[in-house]
Each structure stands twice: as structure tokens, then as C-alpha cells.
Design a protein around this ligand. Structure first.
Ligand code: IPM
Ligand code: MG
Length: 365
């Protein structure tokens, strides 16, 4: 049965990096008969410019009937002064919320070839392989009430609400425990239970759900300590599960352990495993259009799509191996460049991955 991927390139470097992921998927599609087809849609600033909305009806319809979504990035200087309700980021948040993509998987894996590219000492990051499970459709990102109001004394006051219902905590807990079961069976739940009641409940519910997963060791950590531990000794973690905002922040930190934010893919899944796949980095408007962005996070996101939504672990493995091979061939985009390596453009990096796939196919391994 034909599987349809909704492709939403978005803004900034989005179109450039998405094109490379499609190049890789196209190759595998032909080589393995994956029976995938693509349909493009608008999101973010590009959608706002074309239709006045960062998340137009046509895009909503497209993603609803697609089997998976591949997204580039949204946002840019051009739209920063717009009202928050129509900013590009709202398009992304709308997508996550409309599709109920509550479970966001952000793996941080260090490719040994890039140990030197990390700003941390190689021995601190060598062998790093951690998974951050970020709650994606709740918490302070979506809590009501929110806004900016004028107080009686005429002063403006901004406010947002951190809110999690038990069922929201429970479902992300199950998601995280199940992932931990398939890995090293260690789950660290990150909260701020010493200050925020909402995350005190988070901790309680995590403990309750833990009873259903006796094979997984659950621990708890305050977010400030977790931020410190991530840069002090990141290899102590296997799976981390946390709230929407804490996950946003900790996953950026984790990305730097791997050398570059340009290397980190993500999957955002609903309860049935339908998903949206995107690099965790942003639209990088400062380098957009220059052909220097790193497409590997998007290419690795495509691998996650094959693994999680299409149940094509073999194809996903092939992409991940090919990325490894491309790095072994010393191809480096500017963000991961170090002396002695070969600096390549965005599309050359995509070509290096496709080429690695071809070479392995010819050698039958
Ligand atoms: C991310 C991004 C988004 C977020 C922005 C662009 C809305 O930072 O995916 O981590 O905050 O979730
Ligand atoms: Mg972020």
C-alpha cells in the first residue's frame, strides 16, 4: 500500500535540508520498493506569506490524511515582529497539537568521528547514546490562561500557565518506559518538584506508572541538576523523560554533546505511532540559502520515520550506516568541520549519504 509523506520544508534552511532527506528517501524508495509518495505543503513563515496563516487549512488537511510528516524548520527574522498568534512557531505548535503528537523522541548519539567537534572533552562524550523523551502537547507551551494584561496600576504583566493533567503525564510515562525497555532499562524523570506543584504530580504519576515496568529502573532529578549533569557526565543517562519546556532546553544542551545541533533528529508520535519527523535545530536564517547547512539531522529524521511509522527498521539502519560512512569519508559541513577533513556543501553531504548507500548495495552489505 502506498504510504504518503506530507513534506513541509518551512523556512530558512528548511527547504535545503529537506531536499537532501528526500534525495535519500527517493534512492531507498527505488532500491527497496518502499512505495512512498510525497506531497508538499506550506508551514510557518512561508505559509504566512502565502496565505496569512502559519498553519493553513490546506496543510492541516494534508497532514491529517498523510501517514507521516517530514518537516524542515520554521521561523526567521522576517516574521519576528508579527503578533505571536500568527508567528511561524505557532504553525509548528498547531501541527503538534492538532495531530496530538505528545511524545517527542530526541536521541543524542555521538558519532565517534565527531568526538573532536564537541566542545566537551572527548572522554566525556565518547560513546554517548541517550534519548530524551519530551512531552510535546502540554505544559506551559499550551496552558491557559496566558497572555499579557494591564494591571490596575497601569503596569503590564505577562503570564503563562504550567499545567499537566494526570492522563497527560501517564501517557508520556508509558511512552518513555516502553522506550527504556528496549534500551538499557534506565529512565530518569526530570522535574522541578521542589518548587512546582505541577511537577510534584508529575513525579507521583511517574512512580505509579513505574510499578507496571518492574524491569526499568526509574530515578528522578531536578531540572537544574539535570542540566548540570548533562554537561558534567552525560553518559550516566539512558532515557530521560521530561516536560515540554524542560525538554526543549535539555535537548539543545544534549545536542552540543554530539558536536553539533545539526546532527540531531527527532520523532514526534501520537498514540498510534503516526508521526512527524524533524531536525531539532531551527531555521538558521543567518545561513539560509548559502548551501552550507548540515542536512544530517533531517536525513536521520527520515530514518526515524522509516523505523517508527513505517516499521522499516532495515531501511532505517541503512540510512544510519550510510551517515556513518559519509562521516568516515571525511565529508563535513561547516558546523562539524575540523582540520584535515573535507568541507562539503549541504547537497554534497546528501550526495555522500546516497553514495554510501549505493556502495553498500553494490557490496551487498
Ligand atoms: C524545538 C523548537 C520549537 C519548540 C520552537 C521553534 C517552537 O525550539 O522544536 O525545540 O520550542 O518546541
Ligand atoms: Mg528547541
Amino acid at each position: 500500500m502506498t504510504q504518503k509523506i506530507a513534506v513541509l520544508p518551512g523556512d530558512g534552511i528548511g527547504p535545503e535540508i529537506v531536499a537532501e532527506a528526500i534525495k535519500v528517501l527517493d534512492y531507498l524508495n527505488a532500491d527497496m520498493g518502499l512505495d512512498i509518495e510525497f506531497e508538499q505543503g506550506l508551514i510557518g513563515g512561508a505559509a504566512y506569506d502565502a496565505s496569512g496563516s502559519p498553519f493553513p487549512e490546506a496543510t492541516l488537511n494534508l497532514v491529517k490524511q498523510a501517514d507521516a510528516v517530514l518537516l524542515g524548520a520554521v521561523g526567521g527574522y522576517k516574521w519576528e515582529s508579527l503578533d505571536i498568534a500568527v508567528r511561524p512557531e505557532k504553525g509548528l505548535l498547531g501541527l503538534r497539537s492538532e495531530l496530538e503528537l505528545f511524545s517527542n523522541l530526541r536521541p543524542a548519539i555521538l558519532y565517534p568521528q565527531l568526538a573532536e567537534a564537541s566542545t566537551l572533552k572527548p572522554e566525556v562524550v565518547a560513546g554517548l547514546n541517550l534519548m530524551i523523551v519530551r512531552e510535546l502537547t502540554g505544559g506551559i507551551y499550551f496552558g491557559q490562561p496566558r497572555g499579557v494584561r494591564v494591571l490596575e496600576n497601569g503596569e503590564r504583566q505577562g503570564y503563562n500557565t504550567l499545567v499537566y493533567s494526570e492522563s497527560e503525564i501517564r501517557r508520556i510515562a508509558h511512552s518513555a518506559f516502553k522506550i527504556a525497555q528496549k534500551r538499557d532499562k534506565r529512565l530518569c524523570s526530570v522535574d522541578k518538584a521542589n518548587v512546582l506543584e505541577c511537577t510534584e504530580l508529575w513525579r507521583e504519576v511517574m512512580d505509579e506508572v513505574a510499578k507496571e515496568y518492574p524491569d526499568v529502573a526509574l530515578s528522578h532529578m531536578y531540572v537544574d541538576n539535570a542540566a548540570m549533569q548533562l554537561v558534567r557526565a552525560p553518559k550516566q543517562f539512558d532515557v530521560m523523560v521530561t516536560t515540554n519546556m524542560f525538554g526543549d532546553i535539555l535537548s539543545d544542551t544534549a545536542s552540543m554533546l554530539t558536536g553539533s545541533i545539526g546532527m540531531l533528529p527527532s520523532a514526534s508520535l501520537d498514540i498510534n505511532g503516526k508521526g512527524m519527523y524533524e531536525p531539532i535545530h531551527g531555521s538558521a536564517p543567518d545561513i539560509a540559502g548559502k548551501g552550507i547547512a548540515n542536512p544530517l539531522a533531517t536525513i536521520l529524521s527520515a530514518a526515524m520515520m522509516l523505523r517508527y511509522t513505517f516499521d522499516q527498521a532495515g531501511a532505517a539502519d541503512r540510512i544510519e550506516q550510510a551517515v556513518n560512512d559519509a562521516l568516515n569519508s571525511n565529508a563535513r559541513t561547516a558546523d562539524i568541520y575540523s582540520e584535515g577533513m573535507k568541507q562539503v556543501s549541504t547537497s554534497e553531504m546528501g550526495d555522500a549519504v546516497v553514495n554510501a548507500l549505493k556502495v553498500r548495495a553494490q557490496n551487498n552489505d
